[in-house]
Design a protein around this ligand. Structure first.
Ligand code: HEM
Length: 320
């Protein structure tokens, strides 16, 4: 068959980054990646607690909302000054990093220097949603990995759990995301965990004392039992108390019932600017899924690096 066949083969399977926007290419590379890394992911999904896959989610949010979709959060530093060392990112689970590193190693074996860590993260985010009965979408590929990872770059760019809709919307707007996108994306809080320290202020830290009255009283009692005052920083609770493992629209009905874990969740129902979207998604899961898919594609375009502004890392935890 000769060298040209091999060249054609390599090009067919491995040159997708150059054609990121084209659906056919995207599907081909995605399925190759799934084939290569799928066994690894399946094995780990079966053998470990589910925390690693929720980590991927959080990483995606950190990566795209804070700095851009460039896997800079994966860089390890000797001086504890990389993006993953910032206070907001300290709760990212180590086994999640490890899983991405393993997926990357599997892909590198087959097509070295072709698939970026940022693309692997984006595909992983899509897959964990699909694996928990959520929607599935085509991931646009071709991102490069970033060349900068600084803990100081995170502050002020991430949405915070105590923020109100106006401030949250401003952060999302900076990244070309509307209030509707923001409400749809917040629906990701239908799965995963949150550390008690991230919402303890609503239970114990209010000026004048007392629990935040926007909590349903029974839910507040449940949270106080799980997260007593001065609880260890490692303790976490489900973010969706009703269907914690399913990617569904229960999150929105929860908000209407005062079961929003963070202020940033509950406020989506309280604020007139976002409430119609919340009630719409609570009534119609298909509507939520469609809006979520669209918003995830938009989120995946934030801060994409190309040309001299990026590279395809050989190892996700280090610059080349
Ligand atoms: C609206 C702004 C948002 C705020 C203020 C926010 C805040 C947070 C916080 C404080 C946590 C808990 C982290 C911890 O304790 O370890 C969390 C977890 C999580 N967030 Fe968000 N988030 C926002 C938007 C998003 C978006 C857009 C997504 C996905 C598209 C997302 C997906 C997740 C997931 C899956 C977790 C669980 C992580 C885990 O189980 O380790 N969040 N979020």
């Amino acid at each position: 068959m000769g060298i040209w066949w091999w060249w054609w083969w390599w090009w067919w399977w491995c040159s997708a980054p150059a054609a990121a926007a084209v659906d056919g290419w995207t599907i081909r590379l995605t399925s190759t990646l799934e084939e290569l890394a799928g066994d690894d992911r399946r094995e780990r999904a079966q053998s470990e607690s589910s925390t690693w896959w929720w980590w991927w989610w959080w990483a995606v949010v950190v990566v795209v909302v804070a700095i851009g979709c460039d896997a800079s959060v994966m860089i390890a530093s000797r001086g504890n000054d990389a993006e993953k060392d910032s206070t907001d990112n300290l709760s990212l689970a180590g086994d999640g990093f490890d899983t991405v590193v393993r997926a990357k190693a599997a892909v590198e074996k087959k097509c070295p220097g072709v698939v970026s860590c940022a693309d692997i993260l984006a595909i992983a985010a899509r897959d964990v949603v699909a694996m928990s009965s959520g929607p599935r979408w085509t991931v646009e590929l071709g991102r490069l990995d970033g060349l900068v990872s600084k803990s100081g770059g995170v502050a002020g760019k991430l949405p915070g759990p105590d923020m109100r809709v106006k401030d949250l919307a401003a952060i999302f707007a900076k990244n070309n995301l509307t209030v509707l996108d923001m409400v749809a994306l917040s629906g990701a809080h239908t799965v995963g965990f949150a550390h008690c320290t991230r919402f303890a202020g609503r239970l114990y830290g209010r000026v004048g004392g007392g629990v935040d009255p926007s909590y349903d009283p029974a839910y507040a009692r449940q949270l106080m039992a799980a997260c007593p005052r001065d609880v260890a920083p490692t303790i976490a609770v489900n973010m969706d108390p009703i269907t914690p493992a399913a990617f569904d629209n229960a999150y929105y009905a929860n908000l209407a019932g005062g079961l929003g874990l963070f202020t940033s969740d509950q406020e989506l129902y309280t604020d007139a600017a976002s409430r119609p979207a919340v009630t719409g998604f609570a009534k119609n899961q298909t509507l939520f899924f469609e809006a979520f898919k669209e918003a995830m594609v938009k989120l995946g375009r934030v801060g994409v690096k190309s040309g001299k502004h990026g590279e395809i890392r050989r190892d996700c935890t280090a610059f080349n």
